[in-house]
Ligand binder design. Structure first.
Ligand code: SF4
Ligand code: SF4
Length: 537
């Protein structure tokens, strides 16, 4: 295997035997083949009059499955490979696609052994030129993030044909010999599509569940047994709350599901208690003390310990061998959560690991409602600078940088955040500026879109020509491919001078990095004090 798609890649070079994330070599091989199949399907789809919805849905699902910490189950990945090969042939026949085609569009296999053999020649390293490989992988990783967000929007009935058309265009492009300029243009276009898909997901979430509002989220526990739900899928959240209503079972969020607490629709449920624990990587301790069953709705799954493995349930694109998977198998397409609810009833209530509350819910609608206050604070000098500290958290020790950075930021600065990076500083007592909290959490990583909306609004209010003239600095933490999509989205909006850490992506080759530095002045993080001086002055 060779995988270097996330920030945990071994020695910041690449995982070669097994993944630091727990992904085994054989699973990585199947994921390589799945990406190859998706590219082949895109090659065919590009030759058709239109991109069938089935093709777009499939590509989104298949790409999502290969995101870090999503799917560790060989049987389910093999199944998706077979579905893709079948769909490819059906589309070929439907649109009479013939002529000379790329190997990805004609190759076929049926067994895991055949897939494993194919993986030897189609992985990341099959592209020999380091810069071509870098640009192709940067594009594919951005697409994976876009796919995850598209899939969440799709389950709520929001789909945009242009996103599906771009999947096809971009994936097919990776099978062609493009010039460097053409590849760079495709990567930047992925950034534009990332903005669109986050906007679509924002619309899907807010039109379905209301606009997030300022909320004090309980981080303590109740006395009843509970179900812990993690990930990003708000439809799963709604269904779980509906099914557990009146059952004597409470519901708590974990990790990236914390922002569900900010939505009006979910606040209606008395058995929705609050958030338990911190970000995804501490789940091996927190799932143990939670005592009840855990539902993983998207990625962020760490290979479960035997001590709680039988209490973990996966759904959607998530899967782990030996862990129960809940599919959308009820007649109306809903999920049958009865097993997880019945299990919860037999479990002890969670052990408290914290008490008190945290505040969040500063998505665009809420922040724009406070716009006058925010603008006055900037004009009066009470707020010197906003620092966007959105992005990811992870287990690497060096990420304590972000806690220290937040602590040491001058008191006249405000942190804008989204994603799980916030767990590094959202429980610090950083105070407020004239009633505006110094940490404004917009929500999940896809809600980085809210931060962009706010920045564009401020640009308009202050009558500025350039988004980079705003008093906003960017110190972004990344971990996996959704963060790559968010980063490309920021670049497409013209944001410059982003500091990126804790390490720069190893899949960005030195020459590609030069392009990013030249056009966007991207820089790695360094020493906390020096970085604060650079970013805040
Ligand atoms: S996803 Fe990250 S940790 Fe896992 S195998 Fe790939 S690079 Fe390594
Ligand atoms: S914030 Fe980062 S690590 Fe967390 S779910 Fe989003 S992309 Fe993954």
């Amino acid at each position: 295997m060779f995988c270097y798609q996330c920030q945990e890649a071994l020695k910041n070079e690449g995982c070669k035997v097994n993944g630091m994330c727990g992904k085994k070599g054989d699973t990585a091989a199947l994921q390589d083949v799945l990406i190859y199949v998706v590219k082949g399907l895109a090659v065919i789809a590009q030759k058709c009059a239109t991109v069938d919805k089935e093709v777009g849905d499939y590509i989104a699902k298949a790409l999502f499955i290969t995101i870090t910490n999503a799917n560790f189950d060989n049987a389910s990945i093999s199944n998706v490979i077979k579905q893709g090969l079948k769909l490819r042939e059906e589309i070929k026949a439907k649109y009479n696609v013939a002529g000379e085609l790329d190997d990805s569009a004609v190759w076929s296999g049926e067994t895991e052994a055949e897939f494993a053999a194919k993986a030897e020649t189609v992985g990341v390293l099959a592209t020999e030129n380091e810069d071509v490989r870098s640009l192709r992988e940067l594009l594919v990783y951005g697409l994976k993030g876009i796919a995850a967000y598209a899939d969440h929007a799709r389950v709520l009935g929001y789909i945009d044909d242009s996103v599906y058309a771009f999947f096809v265009e971009a994936l097919a492009s990776t099978t062609k010999d493009l010039t460097v300029d053409e590849m760079v243009a495709m990567v930047l276009k992925a950034g534009e599509i990332a903005v669109s898909v986050m906007a679509i997901l924002d619309k899907a979430n807010t039109e379905t569940y209301g606009n997030p509002e300022i909320t004090e989220v309980n981080i303590g526990v109740g006395t009843k047994p509970g179900i812990l739900i993690s990930g990003h899928d708000l439809k799963d959240m709604k269904e779980l709350l509906e099914r557990t209503k009146g059952s004597g079972v409470d519901v708590y969020t974990h990790g990236e599901m914390l922002p569900a607490n900010y939505y009006p629709e979910f606040k209606k449920y008395d058995n929705f208690i609050g958030n338990y624990g911190n970000s995804w990587w501490v789940q091996d301790k927190e799932f143990e003390s939670f005592n009840g069953p855990i539902l993983m709705t998207t990625n962020c799954l760490v290979p479960p310990k035997d001590s709680y493995k039988d209490r973990v349930f996966t759904t959607g694109c998530v899967a782990f061998t030996g862990v129960k998977h809940i599919a959308g198998d009820l007649e109306n397409g809903s999920k049958d959560f009865s097993e997880i609810i019945e299990m919860a009833k037999t479990c002890k209530s969670p052990v408290a690991i914290e008490k008190g509350s945290i505040v969040g819910g500063f998505a665009h609608n809420q922040v724009l409602a406070l716009a006058d206050k925010v603008v006055d604070a900037v004009k009066s000098g009470a707020v010197r600078k906003f620092v966007v500290m959105a992005g990811c958290d992870g287990r690497q020790k060096g990420r304590s940088y972000y806690t220290e950075f937040a602590e040491k930021l001058p008191k006249d600065t405000i942190i804008l955040t989204a994603g799980c990076a916030k767990f590094r500083y959202n429980k610090l007592q950083l105070g407020d500026i004239g009633g505006i909290p110094r940490v404004l959490d917009a929500g999940q990583c896809n809600d980085s879109y809210s931060l962009a909306v706010v920045a564009l609004k401020l640009k308009e209010v202050f009558g500025l020509e350039d988004i980079n003239d705003l008093p906003i600095a960017y110190n972004i933490a990344w971990y996996e491919q959704k963060a790559v999509a968010v980063l490309l989205a920021l670049l497409s909006l013209g944001v410059k001078n982003i500091h990126l850490g804790p390490t720069l992506p190893t899949f960005v080759s030195p020459n590609v990095l030069k392009v990013l530095v030249k056009n966007f002045n991207i820089a790695p993080i360094g020493d906390v004090d020096a970085d604060i001086k650079k970013m805040v002055g």
